[in-house]
Design a protein around this ligand. Sequence first.
Ligand SMILES: Nc1nc2c(ncn2[C@@H]2O[C@H](COP(=O)(O)OP(=O)(O)OP(=O)(O)O)[C@@H](O)[C@H]2O)c(=O)[nH]1
Ligand SMILES: [Mg+2]
Length: 345
Amino acid sequence: MKFLDLAKVHIRSGAGGNGCISFRREKYIEYGGPDGGDGGRGGDVWAEAVDGLNTLIDFRYQQHFFAKNGQGGMGQQRTGRDGDDIVLRVPVGTEILDEDEETVLADLTEVGQRVLLAKGGNGGFGNLHFKTSTNQAPRHANPGQPGVERTLWLRLKLIADVGLLGLPNAGKSTFLAATSNARPKIADYPFTTLHPNLGVVGVDNAEFVVADIPGLIEGAHEGRGIGDLFLGHVERCAVLLHLVDGTANDVAEDYRTIIQELDAYGEGLAEKPRITALNKIDALDDELREMQRAELEAACGGPVFLMSGVSGEGLTEVLRALKAQIDADRLRMRAAGQEDAPWSP
Ligand SMILES: Nc1nc2c(ncn2[C@@H]2O[C@H](COP(=O)(O)OP(=O)(O)OP(=O)(O)O)[C@@H](O)[C@H]2O)c(=O)[nH]1
Ligand SMILES: [Mg+2]
């Protein structure tokens, strides 16, 4: 599933330091020559693709990146210090767009790839540089070059690792909100979610991307409801998480409704690794939990996780199971000699 993550940044490279006008002054030396040093170079602004990031969320919190100016030159032939460079660390797969949001300036597709966004200004020459046979005491130095200021867009195409499935109101968005940085809309009516949401979930020091899509209903593949519009998005996920509302009257029936839709949709979706969880167990007593679990396990022919997006119970176990599937999928891709990276620019 591809998502666009977009961030606007304002960057400015550092100005070069001014050259210095100065003359040597020492005891017993009359007319010491010019000794004004050059200004330091202003810092550059770079972007670099790094491993382990998969959103541009950090750029929501910080949009301004100004590199330091170079220091001015000094007397005694001392050059000013260069301004430090700034590096924007972005996920692999990030494109850099011009202010018009259309022109692609760079596409960072590999870890470690770097691109210069704004070059720092050169430092100005100190008066030492202007000494000639006819002008032994130049009273002039260059100013530093100004920095470059520009507005750019960062655009990332993401592919989700996990796709959420379930009937409307099964608690998909609640799960996403409870486990990730995403803040989807949640409400007790069906089709609250009208477009896919994306969240980055962390467990055991690993991160993966979960996609919350609108709920599926019976006949979705024929165009009923809205969920089927989005099934295409989960085709490329490594694993699906099917949430079944534990407070429903017939969990087996609810389960089968979704599976039938997957079958009808085709595209290998029904064969995709899938984890099934009985949700909303905070609303069930022990006896009911076991009853619903038994019914659901009978329907899906395998183990079922018990969880609650509201109380948080059982969430870690579900996340670990998802992570195991994602890891297995990555290994499988590697073994098949396919592109391991899920990025497709
Ligand atoms: N008791 C309980 N209620 C829950 C739980 N998870 C979700 N709910 C409630 O169920 C309702 C639907 O939750 P959502 O997260 O919006 O469900 P959804 O699957 O995203 O629904 P759609 O976007 O309409 O497909 C809300 O009123 C939630 O508060 C849970 O674990 N326990
Ligand atoms: Mg929802």
